[in-house]
Design a protein around this ligand. Structure first.
Ligand code: ADP
Length: 479
């Protein structure tokens, strides 16, 4: 099968969050499974500076509003294609700065969506499937049904994966002209959304199949609380909506040969984890952590979605238990200053690092005892799976992929891989943390919990095969 993955980020090329892990890993897994997979990405500045790319010699010319834009197609390993536009993508950041999104994001990603289809035609590469990801590529399925409903794409089916309903690509109605679509598409049955345009909606009304990244989230987004205004539309398309849980890259995230952690370990010998823990405590200057108390951590975007507000409100009570707390994150300015204030006020007990730091993230997963994910909502979440692979026990809210991947600890049967709580409140979070700490104080129980967690299979293979089954069923529909 010839599969295109179109995305605004993918590891190892560009990453701001879990989306990049998903697209990059899926691409690699398809190749490993022998599929003819191609990845399409915008050529951001960092990619140009960090990889040696080949000019394919192919060019595209496309109309965007009242302009014609020319673009080169570059490639890496002949299977990853980059659409070049100095004007749109030669920037340090992908979507914006902590102070706000780039003002031309609609233009940038309408361009990119159309450029993927133009590139396919320019290179004579007919895809069986175009797998689109999030609002940045949401226009592609709609283009396949409109401007690109031609002989070249006659057999091409589209899949739209929602990685996060909280980000829909909503822009001013004046940007509609950029799409090149007829006015009939600016309406409730089209991409209009409360007087504006919504690029994720474009994908949801027109993709042959919609998927999201966990089963639980696939159900949640049909409700007003989680649907972010698109639950009605999704309910109409419920028969074409499926949840496929993400995996993690088990080679990158492997405590038995991870060079980014100071000591290696596996489930049969956890002594390396203890050394990682000691070094992490020293690195973060958490001298006041009490002997028997756990090291608790958080790694993630500092946004409302991740539960930073209930976490901040719980810090005092977490510290009352004698635990040490590490927070690594980057995100909204408001939360960044809130979290750094917590760090300043609790020196030696809370360590805060603002920014994106791959190495520190590994050391935190390796050396912590408890990993917090108090998310308001969580389409899938990778942090909890990575943490479990490193024997770091998640305390998480029972939502989305957290509910699918963490088995709640049962003290009677002594089974489970983490601790789940339901209410989105500091009280519920702290209650769950206390239960974890009580369990932690019983070394044998805790070690069993660690082993249960480390035994779980979070590899991509299973998910990749599920997607391929979906693609096959879509191909049949096109025959
Ligand atoms: P998101 O909603 O941001 O996609 P996920 O849990 O799905 O959240 O994925 C987040 C990924 O990004 C994880 O691999 C996590 O370790 C990583 N990550 C998030 N924030 C940081 C950071 N500040 N530094 C290093 N890695 C980070």
């Amino acid at each position: 099968m010839r599969i295109f993955i179109a995305a605004s980020e993918a590891v190892p090329y560009a990453k701001t969050g879990g989306l990049a892990d998903v697209t990059g890993s899926l691409f690699r897994e398809y190749r490993r499974l022998g599929e003819e997979a191609y990845l399409f990405l915008p050529l951001y500045r960092r990619i140009r500076e960090s990889f040696v790319l080949k000019d394919t010699g192919f060019r595209i010319h496309l109309i965007l509003g009242d302009r014609v834009i020319d673009s080169r197609i570059l490639s890496h390993n002949n299977s990853v294609f980059f659409l070049e536009s100095e004007e749109f993508f030669d920037r340090d950041e992908l979507y914006g700065t902590p102070y706000g999104d780039f003002p031309d994001n609609a233009r940038r990603f309408i361009f990119f969506s159309r450029a993927v289809l133009e590139a396919a035609m320019a290179m004579g590469l007919r895809p069986d499937i175009i797998h689109c990801n999030d609002w940045q590529t949401g226009m592609i399925p709609l283009y396949l049904k409109t401007l690109y409903n031609n002989d070249f794409f006659r057999k091409t089916a589209s899949v739209m994966t929602i990685h996060n309903m909280g980000y829909q690509g909503i822009f001013d109605a004046s940007e509609f002209n950029l799409t090149g679509l007829g006015q009939e598409w600016f309406g409730i049955e089209g991409i209009e959304f409360y007087g504006r345009i919504n690029l994720l909606k474009a994908g949801l009304i027109s993709a042959d199949m919609i998927t999201t990244v966990s089963r639980h989230y696939a159900e949640e987004i049909l409700t007003p609380d989680y649907g972010h205004g698109l639950d009605g539309l999704l309910r109409k398309r419920a028969s074409d909506l499926k949840g496929v849980i993400n995996g993690i890259d088990i080679e990158e995230w492997n405590p038995s040969n991870d060079r980014l952690i100071p000591d290696r370990f596996d489930q049969d010998d956890l002594s390396g984890k203890m050394r990682c823990r000691e070094k992490l405590i020293r690195e973060c200057g958490l001298d006041s952590i009490k002997g028997e108390a756990p090291l608790i951590s958080f790694v993630g975007r500092l946004s409302r979605q991740k539960g930073i507000d209930i976490l901040s409100a719980s810090v005092k009570r977490i510290l009352d238990t004698g635990s040490g707390l590490i927070i690594l994150g980057k995100g909204d300015a408001e939360f960044e200053s809130m979290v750094s204030r917590i760090g300043r006020n609790n020196k030696g007990r809370v360590f805060v690092r603002l920014g994106y730091d791959e190495g520190l993230a590994h050391r935190i997963y390796g050396g912590s005892d408890i990993f917090l994910m108090p998310s308001l909502y969580e389409p899938c979440g990778l942090g909890q799976m990575i943490a479990m692979r490193y024997g770091t026990i998640p305390v998480a809210r029972r939502t989305g992929g957290l509910a699918d991947t963490i088995e709640d600890y049962d003290p009677v049967r002594d089974s489970g891989t983490g601790f789940l709580f339901d209410d989105y409140t500091p009280d519920a979070l702290i209650c769950s943390i206390r239960l974890a700490i009580t369990t932690y104080s019983c070394k044998e129980r805790w070690e069993r919990l660690i082993k249960n967690a480390m035994k779980r299979d979070f590899s991509w293979k299973r998910s990749a095969e599920e997607y391929i089954d979906i693609y096959k069923s879509l191909q049949k529909r096109k025959e």
